[in-house]
Design a protein around this ligand. Structure first.
Ligand SMILES: NC(=O)c1ccc[n+]([C@@H]2O[C@H](COP(=O)([O-])OP(=O)(O)OC[C@H]3O[C@@H](n4cnc5c(N)ncnc54)[C@H](O)[C@@H]3O)[C@@H](O)[C@H]2O)c1
Length: 422
């Protein structure tokens, strides 16, 4: 099978997780990509990932600290997988696109809407694919929820309630996730939920909302982070971090369909932790289990029917996973699965990589294009901007910079906006 030669750009925790996704793709019957280089400003991180790649993939990729040099020295290179920290995505993705590489970029596409626009424009100018690695929607259980909604299992969707509350004052994985200018936690984690809200209910019309910075000092608990991949760095982070970015978001969303979304993404919650996702329609409701846990969905109907087993498939006739997803998750129409977190994670990341390879080899657009990912960032930042303006904001307000009071400081710091233009 033809393979696309690619470089892993960003060799931190998520770079390590992506490598496991690639190892999963290598082991599958549909391998269509090949890791040939790694690149990180931090050479130690790059060398560490190259060593892990040698062990997991059987060949050590070349190591670089500079994207332009990498592209010059490796003329066969076709793509870059960007897993640098969020605040650098716009610059790194744009540098890769300008070097002639197709790009898969981790979510969020950029730390501001102007950053998103920059990356989208670079992809257009260079005629290269820009795909955003939004993994939650690729979870088979989320594919099944989407099919249940589309196939009318709950009638016309009216309301989605998306709730995440927890975190107290602890450091969330890395210090940069608490800083406004590098992609604060309500953006970095929140954007997954923005994507799921839009994936289920379609485009948003406007958003009312507010955000808060509740916990100004974050305590480093030396956690190894999701999957244990951050242990080599967390001990070196300061004991406390003074946060500058918002850690809680509260929003009321009106979708184009007229459906309503109630969204809480609070990473400073004390007491009872909550993680809940419900969709209500004109005939029933769905209790969704969340992401990457493989638990079953529960369908509640007005006649008292409660379905939380394989019979749920009867309500989603259109549900069918891709051949690779079926191979990795054990069937075309799985309604539950049971793997350790890292095993689930790597399977979903393999799907992302495979899609990128397929887009490049067969010249088609990815599922999560730059524009799609920009709309996720728009939904995510809309409550930030609405709270400052004291009015609802629309997608167009966000894309065209008419609602940017929160983001301006970041844009100026990153050189995406000149102070004179404000
Ligand atoms: N989809 C998910 O489930 C998920 C989970 C975790 C992280 N992420 C995303 O992955 C990205 C990386 O997160 P992380 O936790 O791995 O961060 P991290 O801080 O652990 O690693 C970032 C790496 O990027 C490198 N880097 C920074 N700027 C660079 C540049 N200009 N050129 C080359 N290398 C550069 C750093 O040196 C570091 O090694 C973030 O955008 C985050 O949102 C996604």
């Amino acid at each position: 099978m033809a393979t696309v030669k690619y470089a892993a750009v960003g060799c931190g925790g998520m770079g390590r997780r992506h490598l496991r996704g690639m190892a999963r793709l290598y082991q599958s019957s549909r391998r269509n990509m090949e890791l040939v280089a790694v690149c990180d400003l931090n050479q130690e991180n790059a060398n560490f990932l190259a060593d892990e790649a040698r062990d997991l993939l059987g060949a050590r990729p070349r190591v670089f600290v500079d994207i332009a040099q990498m592209a010059r020295e490796m003329p066969d290179l076709q793509a870059a997988d960007v897993t640098t920290d969020t605040g650098s995505h716009h610059a790194v993705a744009t540098a890769c696109l300008n070097a002639g590489l197709h790009v898969q970029c981790e979510k969020p596409l950029a730390v501001t809407m102007r950053g998103c626009n920059l990356a989208i424009e670079a992809a257009r100018r260079n005629r290269r694919i820009l795909s955003v690695a939004e993994n939650f929607r690729r979870d088979p259980i989320n594919r099944l929820v989407k099919a249940l909604i589309a196939d009318g299992a709950i009638g016309t969707p009216r309301l989605m309630i998306e709730t995440t509350i927890g975190g107290r004052d602890t450091l969330f994985i890395t210090p940069w996730r608490h800083m406004k200018k590098t992609g604060t936690i309500t953006l970095d984690e929140g954007v997954h939920h923005a994507d799921i809200l839009r994936y289920y209910l379609g485009e948003f019309r406007y958003v009312w909302g507010e955000t808060r910075l509740h916990e100004k000092t974050r305590q480093n608990t030396k956690s190894a982070g999701p999957g244990g991949f951050y242990a080599r760095w967390s001990g070196g982070f300061p004991d406390t971090v003074e946060a500058t970015g918002e850690d809680a978001l509260y929003a009321h969303i009106t979708f184009e369909s007229g459906a309503i979304g109630h969204w809480i993404n609070d990473h400073a919650g004390h007491g009872l932790r909550q993680s809940a996702r419900h969709v209500y329609g004109s005939k029933g409701s769905l209790e969704c289990p969340g992401d990457r846990n493989g638990r079953p969905i529960t369908l509640h109907l007005d006649d008292g029917t409660v379905i939380d087993d394989g019979r749920i498939l009867d309500y989603a006739p259109s549900y069918k996973l891709s051949p690779l997803a079926a191979e990795l998750f054990g069937g075309e129409r799985v309604w539950t699965y049971s793997f350790e977190f890292n095993d689930t994670d790597s399977r979903i990341l393999a799907l992302e990589y495979h899609e990128l390879g397929d887009c490049i080899l067969n010249n088609h657009a990815p599922e999560v294009t730059g524009e799609e990912a920009r709309a996720d960032v728009a939904l995510n930042y809309a409550p930030f901007e609405s709270g400052r303006l004291g009015r609802p904001v629309t997608l167009a307000d966000m894309i065209h910079g008419r609602a940017d009071a929160y983001q301006r400081e970041i844009d100026i710091a990153l050189g995406l906006l000149t102070p004179a233009a404000v």
